[in-house]
Design a protein around this ligand. Structure first.
Ligand code: NAD
Length: 280
């Protein structure tokens, strides 16, 4: 029987630890504050921002919300970020992506002070991750490592295969698994013989963005499967990049969708926020 890796429970455990930490920091007169910026009306982004605010409230992190109209210019957005960079009361700054098309996402990411970049997207933080220095790490892949560790799954010496090479998931995922002494292969849309590469994996991380693409033909018997994908199906239910029902009987452990990696992303964002106040 496969072990179900319970992201909902583990993320709650992390949030409760952070809540305690927030209370003891408060007793020292320190309070974490996250500034969340949303530009435009994208409904999914609104839901994500709402969930982040709720998590802040639960833990005891103050959140400042900036909901700007779609017509906001890049200069106006950068000006706001500059102001928040200079505000000593603000520890973390998050711009909900994607931003509208007339705004250069890379310029926005670069404009956030690396010390307040709790999403871990700034090139300085990405570089720090690569060379093993301290810095903020992208929340979803950091959440995957936390899930593995807190489930007692060791990474050292294991064949780890990541499917996907995006800047926010696949690439940092590969570096983090390497940092934990895994033997890492990163696959992408040009990888040849993907199934056989995946079949080598003791730990397979799917971040391919294709609903239920990864079926049993990609899996080695007894592998640990982490499903980062999240898709809304026609029946309204959520599914991942992995065909859960098809692979469940041959894996040793697997994350469900929903309730696996998803809740970990926000928990790790909150962890980054708390670290930013501890550093300040
Ligand atoms: P992306 O579209 O930026 O990247 C997908 C990657 O998969 C690319 O690097 C591409 O090379 C690779 N790819 C595409 N087709 C392939 C194929 N046929 N074979 C092999 N590789 C292929 O996506 P992303 O932002 O990295 O997100 C991946 C998935 O994770 C999406 O489903 C997304 O919704 C989900 N996601 C979830 C969370 C969360 O909190 N759970 C956070 C971020 C992303």
């Amino acid at each position: 029987m496969a072990t179900l890796i319970d992201g909902k429970r583990i993320s709650q455990e992390i949030k409760d630890e952070l809540k305690e930490k927030a209370a003891s920091l408060k007793a020292e007169g320190k309070e974490a504050c996250l500034a969340v910026i949303l530009v435009g009306e994208d409904p999914a982004s609104k839901v994500y921002v709402g969930n982040k605010k709720k998590a802040c409230e639960y833990i005891g992190i103050r959140s400042e919300s900036y909901e700007l109209p779609e017509s906001t210019s890049q200069a106006e957005l950068l000006e706001l970020i500059e102001r928040l960079n200079a505000d000593a009361k603000v520890n973390g700054i998050l711009v909900q992506l994607p931003v509208p098309k007339h705004i250069d996402e890379k310029a926005v990411i670069r404009s956030i002070s690396p010390a307040k970049d709790v999403d871990g997207f700034h090139p300085e933080n990405v570089g720090a991750l690569l060379i093993g220095e301290k810095g903020f790490v992208s929340c979803t892949p950091a959440g995957v490592i936390e899930l593995l560790k807190r489930s007692g799954i060791s990474i050292e010496g294991k064949e780890c295969v990541v499917i996907g090479r995006s800047n926010i998931v696949g690439k940092p995922m590969g570096v983090l698994l390497l940092r934990e002494n895994g033997t890492v292969t990163i696959c992408h849309s040009r990888t040849q013989d993907l199934k056989n590469v995946c079949k080598r994996a003791d730990i397979l991380v799917a971040a391919v963005g294709k609903p239920k693409m990864i079926n049993r033909e990609y899996i080695k018997e007894g592998a640990v499967v982490i499903d980062v994908g999240i898709h809304r199906m026609e029946n309204g239910k959520l599914c991942g990049d992995v065909d859960f029902d098809d692979v469940e009987d041959m894996v040793s452990a697997i994350t469900p969708v929903p309730g696996g990696v998803g809740p970990m992303t926000i928990a790790m964002l909150m962890k980054n926020c708390m670290e930013s106040v501890e550093e300040s």
